[in-house]
Structures are given as C-alpha cells and as structure tokens.
Design a protein around this ligand. Sequence first.
Ligand SMILES: NC(=O)c1ccc[n+]([C@@H]2O[C@H](COP(=O)([O-])OP(=O)(O)OC[C@H]3O[C@@H](n4cnc5c(N)ncnc54)[C@H](OP(=O)(O)O)[C@@H]3O)[C@@H](O)[C@H]2O)c1
Length: 354
Amino acid sequence: MSRVEPKNLPPFREAGRGRSLIDRRVDPHPSQAEGEGSRAYRNARKRSAIPFTPMKQRKLRDLSVSAMGLGCMGMSEFYGSRDDAHSMSTLHRALDLGVNFLDTADMYGPFTNEQLVGRAIRDRRDSAVLATKFGNMRGADGSFAGVSGHPDYVRKACDASLQRLGLDHIDLYYQHRVDTNVPIEETVGAMSELVRAGKVRHLGLSEAASQTIRRANAVHPITALQTEYSLWSRDPEDEILPTVRELGIGFVAYSPIGRGFLSGGFKSLDDLEPTDWRRANPRFQGDNFQKNLDVDRRTTRHRLGHVPRRRHRPDPRQQDHRPPRRERRRGRGYLHRRGTGAHRRRPAEGRGSR
Ligand SMILES: NC(=O)c1ccc[n+]([C@@H]2O[C@H](COP(=O)([O-])OP(=O)(O)OC[C@H]3O[C@@H](n4cnc5c(N)ncnc54)[C@H](OP(=O)(O)O)[C@@H]3O)[C@@H](O)[C@H]2O)c1
C-alpha cells in the first residue's frame, strides 16, 4: 500500500466509529482510498461522517486531565528493551487521540524517559499535561541511591528535570517516595516554593500514607496522589481513597493493568525479556505466578472491558508498519473484545495483520 501523507488525511474528528477511542486510526479520505470498490474505500466512507467522541476529562483538584493517561515508564526501562521511535509515535498518537496526561519520572531510564517525553511534547506543549517525579535517587549507571526529600535536593531535582524535559514548567510535580527522615512539611514546603517560582503548577505525592497526605496538604494543596490501584491491588481502598476523597485530592492509579499481567500480556516469565524487571517482582515468582494466573482467569477476563483493544492495523502515516512491541516479541494471541463485551483469546495465526 502506498504511503498516504498526513496532509491528505481528513481531520481526526471525522475518523473512527464503533471502536474504542485508542484504537481509532485516521483512515484515508474516501477520495484518496485505493479505488472505489476497495474495502479501504468502503470503510473510509462509512467512517467519514461519524462524529468524534472526545476523550473524557477528569478533575484532579483544579487540574483537568484526560480520563485515560499515558504512563511512559516502560518506554525507557523496566519492561524490556526500548524503541524510542516506536515510543515517540505512541506518544504523538496518544496526544492526537486526546490522551493528554503523560506520566514520567527522573528515575525512569534513568533520566532518559524525561528526555523522550520532553522531545515528544516540545512542539505541542499546550496539548499535554506533563507529570514527573523526584525523590528516588539514581546514579547515571542505573544504581539506586535511596530516597531524598531534602529541600536542597528538591530544588536541584526540579531544575535537572526541567533541563532534561526542555520545558519551562512542569504541570504536576510528585514526590515519588516519601523520605521518612525528612518531615513532609519541609519537603512540601520546598515544593511549594517551586510553584511560587513558576517552575511547577501543581503538587502531588506518590505512595504516601494517610497521615502524611494530611500533613502535606496542610502546607500546600495537594492536587494528586499516585498509587498502584487495579483489579489485583486494592490496598488504597481502606484508608487512602477515603482520605483523598475527603481532602479533595485527585487519585491517579498507576499500573492499572497490573504491569501488563491483567491483559494477558505474559503467561510465564519466559515470555519476558531477560532484562525485564518483572522477572524479579515477587508477584511473578514461583507459585505466586500460577496463583495469580488462576485468579486472573477467574476474575479479569470479564471485567477488563475498558482496556483498549490492541489489534494491529497499519497506520498509513507510518512507513514502518510494525505491530505492537508485545506482538513482535512473542507472536502470541491477545485479548479481544467481542460485540457483547465478552472476551476471548484467539491465536495470532489466522487473525491477519489488520
Ligand atoms: N508512582 C510510582 O511509584 C509508579 C510505579 C509504577 C508505575 N508508575 C507509572 O504508572 C505508569 C503505568 O504503570 P505500568 O506501566 O506498570 O501500567 P500497566 O498499564 O499496568 O502495565 C503496562 C504494561 O501493560 C501492557 N499493556 C498496556 N495496555 C495494554 C493493552 N491494552 N492490552 C495489552 N497490554 C497492555 C503494556 O504492554 P507493552 O509493553 O506491550 O506496551 C505494558 O507492558 C508507568 O508508566 C509509570 O508512569 C508509577
């Protein structure tokens, strides 16, 4: 198929129909599809008149973000090898689709993930809500050097992040892990100076306990708390969710797909690359893995209706029509959604490469 230049494509809101938002592709306008009788022509005709459904928005206190965010950590580290070109097109595609809430941290990479995300949004800064984090200290060689919430460190970390991102401000700045040796009031005090200096717009915490959240919020309004929350991580429900609800703080759920496990992304550790950090995660060790697989089979298959379908359909704007990384790596079947919302697996063979 010949490459269709982006300028020949219809406005995005004219594309997509009856599919999950993330799965919508910008199809060639009927007049540019290959031949009137072709399937591409018929599909493009069907889609071109359908109104665009905008991405839902959520309020994190007074910060408005897309309901679906894009966590960028795995693009640079932890989940196997990286492919910056692929990640860059994912980032741009997300922004095109209205997913504007991008999450990174100085420690991801280390440091390279901020550079990647910064490059992706530099020319479209106004269409992104950029969140990054400080506090987990790492060496350039990747070593972990503990946690710091010292005011001096907060100031230095912020300047370094801004430089790597190539931006003049951060929309949401989180403390990644609470430093139990530094009173939270001092850390958040330093973070609030960054707001006054215009370097940061909103403050957040990650994995903080209820009392810490209250004390922090008394120093400066906390916009968001980021903590793991998914079908298999329910811990925040006891204390954390009631606290943030009471204080008007937004909750950002990280690893909502259980680090890829809940979507059937891998069925054994052999499915992961040798360097994949998940190989060392206790949830995936020994018997735990099998127990989690059993629970996953019983519960999640019917409840992941919100997970965007990821059937590969070549994007005519990309010269390199590569399937998602997971498919390339393992050539396996993956989650499918049927009209009724029921899920089933079918092997990659026979599915074609639509
Ligand atoms: N604050 C913290 O301490 C903390 C800790 C961890 C993460 N985070 C943030 O939260 C973000 C999200 O966490 P996470 O990356 O662990 O999230 P996740 O969504 O639970 O897992 C991501 C994995 O799920 C797979 N995946 C995503 N969507 C899928 C789909 N529709 N179908 C099948 N597989 C799918 C991806 O596969 P592919 O690799 O094939 O794309 C990836 O390996 C991170 O990127 C990071 O920004 C924060």
